[in-house]
Each structure stands twice: as C-alpha cells, then as structure tokens.
Ligand binder design. Structure first.
Ligand SMILES: [Zn+2]
Length: 468
C-alpha cells in the first residue's frame, strides 16, 4: 500500500531507492574486498651456476602488486629429503589505511650446495619457490609455486697422474702428464697464487700436460697441487710431486751511492708516465724499486697469458756467450744507503756481463711479445717460446727486433747496456713460466730437458728436430 502510494506520488520513495542502491554497492564492494580473489603472486626462479655443486645461489623473485606479498620460501628437495633453504615474511597493509605500505615485490636469495646441504647426492633435485599474498582479509588464497629440476653434482671430475718421477727443485721447472674426465673444464697445476694450465697431449684423448714451477719462495714445495674442476665448481686435487729439492734464497748486498742514484733515477722518471720525482733521489729510487717493480712484474704475467699453445723451440736454450755471472737467480738483495738498509727485493734472473754493448742472441726460437722500454728493465725484449715459457733480456742499449716478430735461435735481439735499474753494462736474463720467474739453469741444460720433459712428453716435445 505504502509502496504503491509512493510510486504514485514519486516524492518520498526516491531517497529509499538511493539507499538500497547504496547498500547494494556497499555489499558488493565488501564482498569483493573480503572474498574477492586477486591473481596469485608472480614468480621467477634462477640458479647460478647452472646446477648445484659445492656452492650455488638460488634467486627467487616474487611480485603481487594488489594486496602485497605475505611470504616467500625456497625449498630444496632430493631423494626424500626436503629443507626450507630461505624464508621471508612480509607485514600486511593496515586495515584502517588500505592504501598504505605493502611489499609488492621481493627478491629472496638462498645459498645452496653440498657444502651446506651435505645430504645432496649426484643426480637431480627439485628447487621449489612458494609465495603467498595477503588475503582480501579473511580468505587466504592458495600459494603460488614454481618448481625447477636441477642437476646436482657432488663428485669431482676424475683426475689421474700418469707421469712417474716428477722431480722439481725450488725455483725450478718440471712437466706432468695426467688424465682428466670429460666433465673437467679447468685443470692444471696450482702453486699458491700461481696457475699453470694444462694443454692437450697430441694423439692422446683425455691426456694433458702442464709445464709448471715450484715457486722460488716456497721452500717446502707443499703449495703444489694438480687440480681439475668441473663447471659447477667441484674440484679434484691430487698429490703428484715425487721429489722436491729445496734451494734456499741466497743473499747479496747492493750499495746505493748518490752518484748511482743520480745516474739511474732521472732517465726512468723521464720515460715512465705517471712517475713523479719525490723529495730526494733515494725516495724516488725506492718508489721505482718497489711499486714500479711490482707493476712491471704484473705486466710480465699478462704477457705470459699470451703464450702460444705450441713448442716454438726444438733445441736447448743458449746461454749468453762469454757472459760472466754477476748475480744468480733468487737472491735476496739488501739495498744499503749511507750505512743502513733501505730496501729489500729478490733478484729473479741472471746478471751476465761481457764486453760493453755486446750482441744479445735469442736463447731460443720464438716470437717477440715485447720489444720496448719497461720501467726497471729499461729497453727489454720478451720472447714467447710456447706453453707459457718466456725469456726476458733487460737493460739493452739498442733493440733490433719488433713486437710480433718471429725470431730464430741465436738471432740478435739488441745490444747490452745500462737502461733501467742497472749498475753497469750487463744483460739481465730471466726465464718465466706463466709470468713466474724460474731458474734459467735447467733450460740451458740439454740433459735436464731430456730427462724432465722429453721422458714425460715423448714425441710431443720436438727436441733435437728443427721446429720450423
Ligand atoms: Zn739483474
């Protein structure tokens, strides 16, 4: 009755209708807010490296821009074992202020690997990322999940020493032949910070050799390891040195006179960019003998990395003809000035004196890696002989070869002189393996080359034949 009338008159009912519409809207919004479902959180999952070895990192990125994330967890499972390896929880938005802060996106990182999860075994494992978002208040939506199957590798690559009679002297060189499994991606000899990579042995599948040195500053030889590593970081290490002979570092004294400093310091300062003279000639000298020496050595390591994967030589190394030994390899030098020791460095080559401006022959066939001025070495020639072996000729007065050029054994490289840190006209001769100075004595000796390299490398070492 009432309703009819109001319809008829059309006055009083309008606000009621509005009220009903309003109530309906409120009901719909409330229902949507309380029970409405937003899309589940989005997930992305990545693993580096591409599998699980001793150490790997799982990164999960989750996003839910509407209500915000509630939790993210990373689970690792294999062969009945299951562990949460990372978990995060996020606070919801304020009930009173639904436009407030929320976590719309989060990146969660889990450290995994058989070093942490010792229950992992070779085979496949599952990495699961699970994320939940905050509910439309009452209703918790189902979590999002993403699963990735990954390879787990616990066993290191196979590594087997084939050489018998690996005998090395402190500061000396040696070769080792070994076999590695196909999984190995990096193998060779490690000696502390020094690395001597292996090269394949022609005609012998899976067999490799490395030329290496027992570093001159390791008097126990216990830093030497034959190693092989797979792409996931599993590393095999085997002992391989049958005999190590210590050769203690000798000592010598260098007297620094003002006359000497005045003669050698200004030409080096003039040639080396960025080297400024300090308050006294001695201070500048110490800068050259310390910092510049270290820089120059680092350059030789860089050059060592450019070595050819081939023996460029086929005869023993030539000594400097008529050269009188002024100082030998691996001698600790005390630098004395006005009665006190002002510096200490180790001399890592041979100082050989003949007549002034004597011709300097290439010790062996090779390629010129550097023919230029290089700090403490003055005018220097660096030759590559292959497989990481370099020879260096320093303090030259003139250069007769150019970088990149191929040279024959005995070819004149230049003439002796006093450039760089040289007390008088002489040749500083050094041999280096992958940038590490080694004693040249062995390389001058045909018998040593035959017994240490020839016996292990067989026809791979082209000794006694013309290489080219
Ligand atoms: Zn020297």
């Amino acid at each position: 009755m009432l309703r009819k009338r109001s319809l008829r008159t059309g006055t009083a009912p309008r606000p009621r209708r509005r009220l009903r519409v309003l109530l309906l809207v409120v009901l719909l919004v409330t229902t949507w807010y309380l029970f409405g479902q937003a899309p589940a959180p989005q997930l992305a999952l990545s693993i580096a490296p591409d599998g699980i070895g001793p150490e790997a990192q799982v990164t999960a990125v989750a996003s839910e821009p509407r209500f915000g994330l509630s939790s993210v967890e990373v689970i690792l499972r294999q062969a009945g074992e299951q562990r949460v390896v990372a978990a995060e929880k996020y606070a919801p938005r304020s009930l009173l202020w639904p436009w407030g802060d929320k976590t719309a996106r989060s990146s969660v990182t889990a450290e995994v690997g058989h070093r942490r999860q010792s229950w992992l075994v070779d085979g496949e494992a599952e990495v699961v990322v699970r994320a939940t978002r905050h509910a439309g208040r009452w209703r918790q939506p189902a979590p999002s999940e993403q699963l990735q199957v990954v390879t787990v590798q616990v066993t290191p690559p196979r590594l087997e020493v084939l050489s018998v009679g690996v005998r090395v002297r402190q500061g000396g060189s040696e070769a080792v032949v070994y076999r590695v499994g196909e999984r190995a991606v990096r193998h060779g000899v490690r000696a502390g910070d020094h690395w001597f990579p292996g090269s394949s042995l022609a005609g012998e599948a899976g067999q490799f050799f490395a030329l290496f040195s027992a570093p001159w500053d390791d008097d126990r030889g216990d830093s030497l390891r034959l190693t092989a590593e797979d792409a996931l970081g599993n590393r095999a290490e085997v002992p391989f040195v049958d005999h190590f002979t210590p050769k203690p570092v000798g000592t010598s004294t260098i007297q620094l006179s003002d006359r000497f400093l005045e003669r050698v310091v200004p030409p080096i300062v003039a040639r080396v960019p960025g080297l400024e003279p300090l308050e006294t000639p001695l201070a500048t000298y110490l800068e050259i003998n310390g910092r510049l020496r270290a820089e120059n050595r680092a350059r030789l390591v860089e050059l060592g990395a450019q070595s050819a994967e081939a023996f460029l030589w086929s005869e023993p190394f030539l000594p400097f003809p008529g050269g009188q030994v002024m100082d030998a390899f691996a001698r600790r030098r005390d630098y004395r000035y006005q009665g006190s020791t002002v510096d200490q460095q180790v001399h890592l080559g041979y100082d050989l004196a003949s007549v002034a401006r004597a011709e300097v022959p290439a010790a062996n066939a090779g390629r010129v890696l550097l023919a230029d001025y290089l700090g403490i070495y003055g005018n220097v020639v660096v030759l590559d002989h292959g497989y990481g072996l370099l020879t260096l000729y320093a303090h030259l007065s003139s250069l007769e070869v150019a970088t990149g050029q191929t040279v024959t054994r005995g070819q004149t490289l230049g003439r002796t002189g006093t450039t760089g840190l040289a007390g008088g006209d002489h040749l500083h001769f050094a041999t280096l393996l992958r940038g590490l100075p080694v004693d040249p004595l062995e390389w001058w000796d045909r018998r040593w080359i035959e017994t240490h390299l020839g016996s292990k490398l067989g026809p791979n070492l082209p000794l006694g034949m013309e290489a080219r």
